[in-house]
Design a protein. Sequence first.
Length: 532
Amino acid sequence: MAQEWTVGARIDDIEKQDDAFRRQDPFIKSWDEVRSFNGLDANFKRRAARVAKSAEPTEQYLNNALATSSGRDGAKSKEINPGTVFRNGYGMFDVITPPWNLYELANYYDTSFANHAAIDAKVENIVGLGYDFEVSKRTMLRLESNPDGEAVERARKRIERAKIELRDWLENLNDDDSFTNTMMKFYTDVQATGNGFLEIGRTVSGEIGYLGHIPATTMRVRRLKDGYVQIIGQKVVYFRNFGATNKNPITTDPRPNEIIHFKEYSPLNTFYGVPDIMSAITSLHGDQLASQYNIDYFANKAVPRYVVTLKGAKLSADAEDKMFRFLQTNLKGQSHRTLYIPLPGDSDSNKVEFKMEPIENGIQEASFREYSKQNRDNVLMAHQVPLSKIGGSDASNIASALAQDRTFKEQVARPAQKSIEKIMNKIVRERTDIIEFKFNELTLTDEIAQSQILERYVKNQIMVPNEAREILGLPQRSDGDNPFELTGRRATDAIANQQGNRTRDAERSNNQSDSPSTISGRNAQGEGRASQ
C-alpha cells in the first residue's frame, strides 16, 4: 500500500521541530559550558561558581527579588519578580526565560505566508513610510506669544536648520543601514516575536554615536530589570537600560552600550512581549498541516491510495516483496509504471483474482481549500490587517477596501506610531527639545485631493500658509504666519465657490453643451447660417 499521510505523524514532526528550536537557545547551556564563554568578568565567575554549588536559591537572591523599575523623584516599583533556577545560563546570568520560544516565533515569520504578509504590511505602513520633524508645542507657544517679528523669523530659520541637522545626525548613526531600514528590522522583530531591541552606543563624551538593531532571538531580560544579556556563539555581552549608568555585573566591558526594549504587552508576562500571532497559533499550525498534506499528495504523483485484494491464492515472499516495493517506491517515483507480480495458476477449486482498487477516486487537488482560507483570515484578524493591505482579491468593492484601510490606520497604524515616536523622542531630546520626531502617516487620499484640502483650509483662514507648508515638508516662509488674504477677483471667486455658484454654472454650461442645437457647433467663418 502507498505511504499514508497521518495527522499524528505531522504533529510529531512539529513537536520535534519545537525541540530543535529549544536546543538552539544558548542560555539553556549548563554552567560548565557557560563559564568558558568569552568576556565574562572574573568576579562574576567566582560568584556564579559559588551559587552553582547550591541547589536552592540563596537568601541574598530571595532578598533581592524586588523589581528595580523606577519613576520620578525616587519612586520605585515594589513588584515581586519570579525567581530563576541556578542550573543553566538563565540562572547564572539572572535572566528571565521568555514565555514562548523566540526562535520558533521567528520561524513562523519565514514559514507562514499569511503571517509574513501581515507583518510586512504593518511594518511598511507604521515605520516604513519615512519620518519628519515638527515643531514641539512648547516651541510653537513661545513663537506665537513673541511680539518681536524679527526674532520669530530668526528662530524659524534656526528651526529649519535644526531639522536638516537632526536628519543628517540620525542617518549617520549607522554606517550599514539607513534609519528607516533599522526601524523596519526592529519592528519586524516586534511583530514576529513580540520584542524589539534598539542598541544605543555613546561616544567618549557621552553623546549618542550609534543606533542599531539587535535580533530579538539573542536577547534576554535581566530579572532585576537592570539590563539585558546577549549570547552569540561563545561571546556574552551585557547591555544597560537606556540612560542608565549602573556598573556592569557580568562582563569586563566598562562602558556597555544601552538598550531600548519595545514589547507587545501581555498580561501574562511583564518581562517579554507576546506577538499577535499567538492568538491564532492553532490556525497557523493547521494551515501548515494542510499544506503538508497537499505536498505529500503531489509527491505521490497524485496517485490515490490503493487496497490490494487477493482471492484464492497466497503470494510468495518474492512476489509480496515486489508488490510492496512497487507501491512504496516505484509508483510514486515515476508515472504510469507497470507492475509485474507472478501469481499461482488457477485450480479446479480455486480461481486466483488480483485487484487494486483506489480508495480515493475523486480529484484530491488542493484539499482543505476552505480550511486554508479560514486559517488565513484568522491570522489576518489576529494582526488586525485587512485583506486589501496584503494584495488580496476578495475585497467586495473599493468603498469597502477604503473603509478597512481607514480602520487599519486609526486603530492599528497610528497608535503604534505614537508609541514608537515616544521612544524616539527620548533620543531626539538629547540633541534638542525644539522639534519632535514623527513618522509619516498612511495617506488615504491622493495628492490632488490633499492639495485641494490644504488650499481650502488656507483660503478660508483655517490654517496659515506655514502650517500647510509644514504638512508638505517645505521650509517656512517669513510671511507664512499671517492668514492668507484674498483681494479683488480672487475674493469674489472664493465666495462664489464657497456658495456653490461656480458649480451650478459649470453644470448649466454642461447641460447647454448637450442640447441638439449646440452639438453641431458654429459654422465656419464666412459661411453664414445654413439655409432651411
